[in-house]
Design a protein around this ligand. Structure first.
Ligand code: FAD
Ligand code: FMN
Ligand code: SF4
Length: 618
């Protein structure tokens, strides 16, 4: 049995922090050091078994002995902080990254993932033997590097799941067909690893692939029984696949919380195995109740430990203070990895830059922060905690535009951000001033941080006399049974549409270009647009509205005249512009820094990050 100090594991999360060589870097070490402080064990990001099998150009490798020094340092980092070290081994199969030159794509099939990716080669016996060897030699290397346990990936739509899943596996050669045949190759890998190392084994599975024809809970129960016979330490029950159902894989805020826990419970009971439960464990009370529910098993926590490295300590009661909440948004973490810049976090600007220390100031200043949206709140908290005296002015509601974000049906988890930022600023000692920051009042400060955000642009359209903006999201009740014309189809237009549809409204969205929701996080975008399409929303791309005449909008679509009739309500979401008058008024009179949307219209992640990086320099 795995000998660890508690039952919390850090889930395997790709960081994208290597440098192209596959080596462990200092960035990994500082990131993992913080996540190892309280967890019983840390499961590493997936190590590649061969440089031609990478998911990311910046992934860590375990393919050769030149990686051993780095991997040993990684293990030491976990151990020094008191956590056991688990090496996560995965072969991506057809889900290797097609953008990485030289990558090889193998699978049980020769069909690519229906959502893109390279066309794989259907593996023959020799290739299957090679994969077994690759896992076995990675396992040996992990043991030499000092890892305490291994986790083998049999889920999430990667190679071994491509054999397990009848949705993918179309073979008829003894490795495809009925369950017994489909499970043969994955079990060969498990057996080979078992044979070469005597370390405890975790096996990651998708309890259900959440796709018609894919792996079901019943099949996973059967698999679990076979794994129990092979004395695996625990079956780690996630869901979804990287190809067909990424929202389940990443446990995005758009999928319901708790389904994976139910799957884990069933698999544990019916398969008589110890399980690891995972998925949106981000609340202390909930985690404590799951500890009881899975008393004999483990809890894996991913993003909640990215957002707040002390989350497990807070669950165990060894660390005080509010949890910096993971919103399950995937914007900073998955977004950061996909962008190539590496794992980041919307709520925690230190993720990926853990080496930064917020030095106390050697000259305490009186600083006014104008605007208490995400940027102002973050700037104020950081400045005050470094020893400055901060007055935070807000003329409306603390939270700014972001107060509207959780009012869209699937984004409720975002409601945790503003109360957290507010509490962090209050705890730091920031003084809240519920009034407008006017230039004449700022003269008594040594410096001003302008975080006055952004306001919506109103297009010059003759006849556009009555309209609303995203503030309509705060109406209770929302309008119902209306024909709503939304001018502009970016994040705000799409969010408003998704809130209006369930109220029986008919929605038409017009956009000058084609890229609806272009500024949205990718999973939220895909699922929102899918929902809108399925509910009959009319999308008019390349459309320009030139005039509104009563209930009729007139314009051009691809150069042709177009009219939109029976419009009851117009929503304007044609972009935002910075509110930066205060900065301009104060320029040259006082030291002024502008942060967040007031500096450049973007999103909450950039607002918080920019505010933090500015505030730590003042
Ligand atoms: C409907 C909607 C959904 C969104 N969804 C997301 C999302 O899912 N993810 C994401 O990352 N971003 C989202 N955003 C964008 C995000 O809310 C903004 O990018 C972010 O709030 C910008 O933060 P900020 O602090 O710079 O500005 P703001 O949030 O605009 O805050 C500025 C604050 O300053 C105050 N203020 C202005 N002038 C003064 C003054 N002179 N004195 C005192 N106070 C003043 C304002 O009242 C306001 O409270 C969404 C926005 C909207 C409207
Ligand atoms: C950016 C990111 C990368 C991830 N990479 C992997 C991966 O490579 N392999 C894997 O099995 N799971 C991966 N996961 C899934 C996590 O291990 C975990 O199952 C998921 O985030 C749900 O748990 P959480 O809600 O506690 O974060 C990743 C998740 C995120 C957010
Ligand atoms: S970016 Fe969002 S989902 Fe990812 S860790 Fe941070 S808060 Fe959680």
């Amino acid at each position: 049995m795995l000998s660890i100090r508690n039952r919390y594991l850090f889930a395997p999360i790709k960081t994208g922090y290597s440098d192209g060589s596959g080596q462990v870097t200092d960035r990994h070490l500082v990131f993992y050091r913080e996540r190892s402080q309280h967890a019983g064990a840390v499961i590493s990001e997936p190590f590649y078994l061969d440089a031609r099998l990478r998911e990311l150009p910046t992934q860590m490798g375990i393919d050769a002995d030149d990686k051993l020094d780095g991997l040993s340092r990684l293990v030491e980092t976990f151990h020094d902080a008191g956590a056991a070290a688990v090496a996560h081994l995965n072969h991506p199969g057809r889900m290797a990254n097609p953008k990485i030159p030289g990558n090889v794509f193998l699978s049980s099939t020769d069909r690519p993932c229906e959502n893109g990716g390279a066309t794989p080669r259907r593996m023959d016996g020799t290739e299957m033997d090679r994969v077994v060897d690759q896992f076995a030699s990675a396992a040996r290397r992990a043991r030499r590097a000092g890892f305490d346990a291994l986790e083998l990936q049999l889920g999430h739509g990667y190679l071994l799941a491509q054999f397990l899943s009848s949705f993918v596996n179309d073979r008829s050669d003894g490795f495809g067909g009925d369950f017994e045949a489909r499970v043969r190759f994955p079990l060969r890998v498990v057996d080979a690893v078992r044979e070469v190392v005597d370390l405890p084994l975790l096996v990651r599975v998708s309890g259900s692939e959440m796709v018609d024809g894919g792996i079901t809970v019943d099949e996973t129960v059967q698999l679990a029984r076979k794994l129990r016979e092979r004395r695996v330490e625990a079956v780690h029950v996630s869901a979804g696949t990287v190809c067909s159902t990424p929202p389940w894989f990443f446990q995005h805020m758009f999928v319901p919380k708790g389904k994976t826990w139910d799957m884990a419970e069933q698999i544990s009971r019916r398969g008589s195995v110890r399980v690891v439960a995972v998925g949106q464990i981000a609340d202390v009370e909930e985690a404590r109740s799951l500890q009881k529910r899975f008393a004999d098993g483990y809890l894996a926590v991913g993003r909640a430990l990215v957002a707040d490295p002390d989350f497990v300590g807070k669950c165990l009661g060894t660390v005080d203070g509010p949890v910096r909440p993971c919103l399950a948004c995937a914007a900073g973490c998955l977004g950061g990895v996909r962008s190539g810049r590496g794992l980041r976090c919307l709520v925690n600007p230190r993720v990926g830059r853990e080496h930064l220390v917020d030095e106390p100031t050697d000259k305490s200043l009186r600083i006014a922060v104008a605007g208490a949206g995400p940027a102002g709140l973050q700037a104020a908290a950081t400045l005050q905690s470094r020893g400055h005296h901060v007055d935070l002015y807000e003329k409306n509601e603390v939270g700014g535009q972001f107060n509207l974000a959780p009012l869209t049906p699937k984004k409720r988890s975002m409601r945790k951000l503003i109360p957290y930022l507010r509490e962090a600023a209050e705890r730091a000692g920031v003084r809240f001033v519920a009034q407008e920051a006017r230039a004449e009042d700022m003269k008594r400060y040594d410096a001003v941080v302008v975080a006055t955000g952004a306001k919506h642009k109103v297009p010059h359209i003759p006849g556009l006399d009555h309209y609303r903006w995203a503030d309509i999201l705060a109406d209770d009740p929302l309008p119902s049974d209306q024909h709503v014309l939304i001018l502009g189809g970016g994040l705000i237009g799409v969010d408003v549409a998704t809130a209006l549809i369930p109220r029986g409204n008919r929605v038409t969205i017009v956009k000058r270009t084609t890229d609806f929701g272009e500024d949205m996080e990718m999973i939220a975008r895909n699922l929102s647009l899918k929902m809108l399409r399925e509910s009959g929303t009319t999308f008019l791309d390349h459309t320009n509205i030139g005039r509104i005449d009563g209930r009729t909008a007139h314009g051009q679509r691809n150069g042709e005249p177009i009219t939109i009739e029976d419009v009851d309500l117009v929503i304007v979401s044609t972009g935002m512009e910075s509110v930066d008058e205060l900065a301009r008024e104060l320029a040259g009179k006082l030291p002024v820094w502008t942060v967040g949307d007031a500096r450049k219209v973007a999103n909450a992640k950039d607002a918080i990050e920019g505010a933090y990086l500015t505030a730590r320099e003042l």
